[in-house]
Design a protein around this ligand. Sequence first.
Ligand SMILES: C[S@@+](CC[C@H](N)C(=O)[O-])C[C@H]1O[C@@H](n2cnc3c(N)ncnc32)[C@H](O)[C@@H]1O
Length: 260
Amino acid sequence: MDAIKQFQNEVQDNIKRLGADKTMSADTLAWMIKAGTIGAYTYNFQWLGRPIIQYPQDIHAMQEIIWATQPDVIVETGIAHGGSLILSASMLAMLDYCDAQANRTPLMPGVSNRRVIGVDIDIRAHNRQAIEAHPLSHLITMVQGSSIAADIVQQVRELVGDAKRVLVCLDSNHTHEHVLAELEAYAPMTTPGSYCVVFDTVIEDMPAELCAHRPWGQGNSPKSAVQAWLPQHPDFEQDLAMQHKLQITVAQDGFLKRVR
Ligand SMILES: C[S@@+](CC[C@H](N)C(=O)[O-])C[C@H]1O[C@@H](n2cnc3c(N)ncnc32)[C@H](O)[C@@H]1O
């Protein structure tokens, strides 16, 4: 067997062992609860200068997914400070660069057919200003409004147009009802082979006191929405290998791959 294949097989075996180890997942959850209790751990990070409300492991997961699926368009609900938009934009810029290298064509600065579309109900003026001032802003379109309002969904659909490869990330209001409505509206925009990533499914496994001041919690979370939605949508499957390899992720059961 060639060395690359052998290495890949070893990695797959590692991932399977990690996925099967229940003590590991229990210890990981305990760590995540502690990190969330001591401070809002997810607020600690930045991507190319913008605060990103994600775990580093999930940032890495997005890199693997974007490289594997090579999207033309990334749709994101939930902008906040814009870090995840800049992460997506930086990956799209990298894909543009790699395409130019592969095709031996010049890279046209500021010109791209790729696009990140971000939706948020409340794009704060200082965040909008900082995102618009970022060198990657030419790849970003922001839409303000509730992600489940019919006119906003229609605007996003029009912006996506007939893009061939579309990736979707849901990270806005984390109630069951809202995420279910987002899945109905945005998951169909995901193209076969790509992903609809549902963030913060981990809320389902967090102690009630950590969500006390929030409208979501156990039984009313992105994970409960995925559990309700997925059985009716066999064109999507959970990519469990992703969460098994990451271990630390806020998107357990939320890496939904469109398989047909
Ligand atoms: C967790 S933050 C997003 C974090 C961002 N994706 C990142 O990784 O840095 C959630 C965002 O969802 C937005 N939001 C809340 N309810 C919403 C709704 N109904 N429609 C769209 N956005 C909403 C909030 O304004 C907030 O900025």
